[in-house]
Design a protein around this ligand. Structure first.
Ligand code: TRP
Length: 338
């Protein structure tokens, strides 16, 4: 039986943080060990260009994200791990899909609509101010990412579900016109995935500037944990774990028994300093071996590059012949067939 294709992309604009780790990276790496699945995980660097026009940042982020996934033990003998830009067939497919994708469908994309709404609220004359074509056609490129490899399952956060619906629409349209080329992808949203709050108690997110990078030095990491905002209850005063950022993060790293024990200690009035220390130790224990591998990879980027090149070669074993078939199906071929 052929393996199920699970595919997901990571936009290369930031530094992986604890929230990314617990919510997406850790489950994806776990899934890469399932032998019934063939994961395609990639660095979405063309997507990065939509919102980031700083070349150094895109480069640095690509490097950090790749090193993170490798350091955490992604099984690259099973998973295909590559950089989107190393597989030019994806871009080519993106154009073919653009040409069957209704513009009206893209008008309804929420990232685009939100940008327009913001402009309208600001009261300016041009509702499309600051919106580039990359943002507008972002869902088409994302559809190409999935359809290129006939992905059937696409693990994503809730905010991405609409994009997968759009990819399904586009795939059906293409199949209807040119024949059954594409599998129809399905979003997989893990409701149990941990959502971690950041330093200020809002969702941990690059856009809030409240993140704890996953692979800071141990010292900086400890400092950041100590900076997480709490209320001002004194040691000895009973505390409510369910409205506590520290507890929420702890839960994503500890066993059920440890979590039960910590709840008890909240009731007994654990001091915030003590809880921060417990939290630091718990996470540090889990990530220390990977942190060392991460540093080694960042110091020897040629090893990262080598893995990415291998991944791209594996991906292209599939994408090159598939693209040839797609070209023929749309009428792009040599005048005389050899
Ligand atoms: N747009 C996704 C995000 O911001 C990243 C991404 C790009 C992606 N291409 C994809 C995710 C294809 C799943 C499938 O999170």
């Amino acid at each position: 039986m052929s393996k199920e294709i699970v595919l997901t992309g990571i936009t290369t604009t930031g530094t992986p943080h604890l929230g990314n780790y617990a919510g997406a990276i850790r489950p994806a790496i776990e899934a890469s060990k399932d032998e019934n699945v063939r994961p395609f995980y990639f660095l979405a660097d063309f997507h990065a260009l939509i919102k980031c026009h700083e070349p150094d940042r895109v480069r640095q982020s690509s490097r950090e994200i790749a090193a993170t996934w490798l350091a955490l033990g992604l099984d690259t003998s099973n998973a295909v791990f590559y950089r989107q830009s190393d597989v030019p067939e994806i871009m080519e497919l993106s154009w073919m899909l653009s040409c069957v994708c209704a513009k009206g469908l893209m008008n309804r994309a929420h990232a685009y609509k939100a940008a327009v709404a913001e402009n309208e609220e600001a009261g300016g004359l041009d509702p499309d101010k600051g919106i580039n074509m990359g943002l507008f056609s972002y869902p088409v490129l994302m559809a190409a990412d999935m359809l290129m490899f006939n992905a059937t399952k696409v693990p994503v956060g809730k905010d991405q579900i609409q994009h997968i619906e759009m990819a399904r629409d586009i795939a059906n349209r293409f199949n209807h016109i040119y024949g059954e080329h594409f599998s129809i992808p399905e979003a997989v949203v893990d409701d149990n995935a941990a959502t971690i709050l950041g330093l200020d108690g809002r969702k941990m997110s690059k856009s809030y500037n409240n993140t704890i990078p996953l692979f800071e030095t141990e010292k900086k990491f400890k400092k950041l944990i100590n900076k997480i905002k709490t209320n001002s209850l004194e040691p000895g005063a009973p505390k409510d774990p369910d409205n506590c950022t520290l507890y929420g993060i702890y839960k994503a790293f500890a066993s059920d028994a440890e979590v039960a024990e910590i709840r008890q200690r909240y009731a007994e009035g654990i001091a915030w300093g003590e809880m921060k220390k417990t939290l630091f130790e718990k996470i540090n224990e889990e990530i220390t071996p990977a942190r060392e591998r991460y540093q080694a990879l960042m110091d020897a980027p040629e090893h990262i590059e080598e893995q990415l090149q291998e991944g791209a070669a594996k991906a292209r074993e599939f994408s090159i012949p598939f693209m040839q078939k797609l070209r023929e199906s749309v009428g792009i071929s040599k005048i005389i067939q050899a």
